[in-house]
Design a protein around this ligand. Sequence first.
Ligand code: PLP
Length: 446
Amino acid sequence: MKIISISGEDVLSPLDSPTWKPEHDLFAKCEAYDEPERARALGIYPFFRPIEEMDGAEVLCEGKRVLMVGSNNYLGLANDSRVVDAAVQATRKYGLGCTGSRFLSGNLIIHEQLEEALADYIGKDAALLFSTGYFANQGALTCLFEDGDYILCDKENHASLIDGCRMSAAKIIPFAHNSPESLRRRLTRLPREAGKMVVIDGVFSMSGDIARLPELMDVAGEFGAKFYVDEAHALGVMGPDGKGSALGLGVADRADLMMGTFSKSLGCMGGFLAGDEDVIKYVRHKARCFIFTASPTPAVAGGVLKALEIMQQEQWRIVKLWENTRRMHRGFREMGFHIGTTETPIVPILIGDEQKAFFFAQRLFDSGIFATPAIYPAVRRGQAIIRTSYMATHAPEQLDYVLETFERIARELRIFEDDVYQRAAGEIPQRHHDSSLPHPVRTVAV
Ligand SMILES: Cc1ncc(COP(=O)(O)O)c(C=O)c1O
C-alpha cells in the first residue's frame, strides 16, 4: 500500500490494494434504476419517441403519421419554409457554428442584429442572446446576486428558474403559487435594506395559468423588490403582436428583466434576456454560461430573425391560436375533464396516477395522437397529467378528433372513478367556466 499525504499527515492509500472496493458505489443507483425498462415491458414507455418527419401539425413517428398536440410550436413556425430558408442562408454565409464564445471569437454581426431586433420588439433598452432559454435564466440569476440578497420564487416556477436561483448566492424564499398575499407575507419578514427580486413565469409551463403580474408587481414595488418575468410560453401567445404577458397585461415597464426562449413560438432554440442597458452589460460580462459556452449558431440567429418578422406580420396566427385554445378549453370542460386553471394554449388533462397517465398516452399514440404525460417532478406526486398544447395551424377537425379520442380513452381506463384522480381533483383548483380568456383576448391586437 502506498503512503500518501493528506494535510501534512502521512496516511496509507487504500487505492493501491487489489482487494479494496468502495463501500458506496456511485453507479449502483444507475443499475438499480429500472423504471424505464418496467414501463417498456408494459409497452407504455412514453418518452424519447424518435420523430422521423415533421409536417406542420402532424409528425411521422415510429412509422406512422400522428397528430402533434405535445409541442410548444404555438404559431406553427418551426417548419415554416421561410424560417428554414433564412436559417440555411445564414448557415451558408457564416458557417455551421462559431466554434467560440461570443466573448471571444464567436460574436457575429447577425447575433447583434437579433439582439437589437429583440430589444426593439419587447420594448427594452437592450437584449442578450443565450444558447438556450435554460441558460438565459441560469446566466442572469447566477450573476446578479451576492450574499445577503433574496430571490422570491413562485413555487411552481420552471426548473430553469429554480436551478438558476439555487446556483445564485441569494437566499431563496419560495412563495405560494401566483399569490400576492403570500408574496407580501414573505417580503414583510425580510430586511428592508436587502437586495430582492421576485422571479416568476409569465405563463406557467405545466398548468398553463397566467401570472397575476399587476398585483404581484404592486406588492414587489412596496418593498423595493426588482421583478423578473420568464416569458417562455407567453411570447407569441399573449399581448400585442405576441409580445408576452408583461406587455399584454400592460405592466412591461415594471418588469426589470424579461427573459424569453426561441424554442417555443419562434420554433427554434436559444433564449434571451432583455432589460436596462447597464444590467445587460453586466450580465454580458459576468454570466458564466454566456461566457464559457459557444455562441448560438448562425442558423439560429437567421431563423429567429425571420420568425420574429413573420410573427409580427401574420397576426392571423395568434388569432387562430386563441380560437383553437378556446375550442379545446370548452370541449374538455364540457366533457368533464379537469384542466385546472389554464387560460392559455397549454391544456393539462388531469389523470392522477402516473402509470395510468402512461397507459393513457400510449392509447393516444395508438389512436394517432402524440401527447406525453408529465409526472413528478414536473408536477406534484399523484397529480400526473397529459400535457397538451395547441397550435395556430391545427384544423378544427383535428381538434375535434383529439376531444373525441380523449373522451373514449378516459371511459375505457375509467379515469374519473380512480381514487388517485379524485384526490388530485379535490386538491387542484379548477376554473369551471369558459373563462373567455379575459387577459389574452383583451390584449391581442387584432
Ligand atoms: C418557463 C420556461 N422557461 C425556460 C425554459 C427553457 O427554455 P429552453 O428550452 O429554450 O432552454 C422552458 C422550457 O421548457 C420553460 O418552459
